[in-house]
Ligand binder design. Structure first.
Ligand SMILES: NC(=O)c1ccc[n+]([C@@H]2O[C@H](COP(=O)([O-])OP(=O)(O)OC[C@H]3O[C@@H](n4cnc5c(N)ncnc54)[C@H](OP(=O)(O)O)[C@@H]3O)[C@@H](O)[C@H]2O)c1
Length: 289
């Protein structure tokens, strides 16, 4: 890995946990609706190997993608893992036979999920586990103390090195922080969906990573005339511009765009490093206004 570019530069989430700010989200590597195997497993393996080849050191996943399949493909493609690579996973749901995403937040279910991730990724300990709570794409106002405490117990046992939270409110972040350190928050956020602007800024002040999920809009990628206009003017793909905006939004933002395509992976890594001018940023800021 020495001498490779570090896409987006780096961010230190905790001691021994420095990642490239441009990471990769592995959810798109499972089959349709994140259920079952991909149409082309070799292509998924190739995307993951190219992620590492490009110098990316942060991969986001979950054992409920597939389920199990995305982690198994990561293991097949990349194990034994480079020392610099950090795999971040999430727990708190499972997949039912219909492809639904029911909650799985009891201490027993969380313990099982951590073990499932360890087995399918081929690891002895997980670098970061995010507790995923809330609804489909927004937080719900329940206490997260019990499930977060269950993960702290697994951390004490050495199965998990660091903890994060996902799909949470500011109050839930504070509730978790009162129990144990939180190294990252993974919430729905992008150029057009900025409900978490205040939370992002508050985390920046604390040196905590904010990791937007659906950074490109998710299953229906962003569509915006203003984004297209800026992209046309710069001569870059719109999705690359959307990622560059995120990277310039705040130094604590880490990117985990998802793609099953080598061409999109290259566009995304190149796009993220675009240097947007103040007037580009103002035009892009207006999209969510
Ligand atoms: N914590 C949570 O609750 C949660 C929820 C959702 C996702 N996540 C994580 O966040 C990561 C990112 O989210 P996501 O993958 O759902 O959404 P995303 O990154 O916002 O967008 C992915 C979609 O954009 C397309 N795409 C990617 N690059 C493109 C490009 N350059 N040009 C055109 N289309 C492009 C992908 O299709 P192609 O495959 O064809 O490129 C895919 O349809 C996931 O991989 C997962 O790790 C977390």
């Amino acid at each position: 890995m020495t001498g490779r570019a570090e896409p987006g530069g780096t961010f230190t989430m905790a001691e021994g946990l420095t990642v490239t700010r441009v990471g990769y989200g592995a959810m798109q590597l499972a089959g349709p609706h994140v259920f079952g195997p991909p149409a082309d497993r070799d292509a998924a393996v190739a995307v993951l190997r190219e992620v590492v080849e490009l110098g990316i050191t942060h991969i986001d996943t979950s054992d409920f993608y597939g389920p199990h399949i995305t982690n198994q493909i990561i293991e097949e493609a990349l194990h034994p893992y480079p020392d610099t690579l950090h795999i971040v996973t999430k727990v708190g749901a499972y997949r039912d036979v219909h492809g639904g995403w029911p909650h799985a937040r009891t201490p027993e279910q969380l313990r099982q999920a951590v073990h499932d991730n360890l087995i399918h990724l081929g690891l002895d300990a997980l670098d970061v586990v995010n507790l995923r709570v809330g609804g489909i794409d927004s937080p719900t106002p329940e206490s997260i103390a019990e499930p977060f405490g269950a993960l702290v117990e697994l951390q004490r046992e050495g199965l998990v090195r660091h903890l994060g939270v996902s799909n949470v409110s500011a109050a839930q972040v504070a509730e978790a922080q009162a129990i144990a350190p939180v190294v990252c928050v993974q919430n729905f956020y992008n150029l057009a969906h900025r409900v978490d602007d205040d939370l992002l800024d508050s985390l920046a002040g604390q040196g905590i990573a904010f990791v937007p999920y659906f950074p490109l809009g998710g299953f229906s990628p962003l569509q915006s005339d203003a984004l297209d206009a800026v992209a046309d003017r710069i001569g870059a793909p719109p999705m690359g511009v959307a990622l560059a905006w995120l990277l310039q939004r705040s130094p604590n933002v880490l990117l985990i765009p998802g793609t099953s395509s080598l061409a999109h992976l290259h566009d995304n890594v190149a796009g993220a490093s675009l240097d947007l001018t103040a007037s580009d940023l103002a035009e892009l800021d207006a999209i969510a206004a």
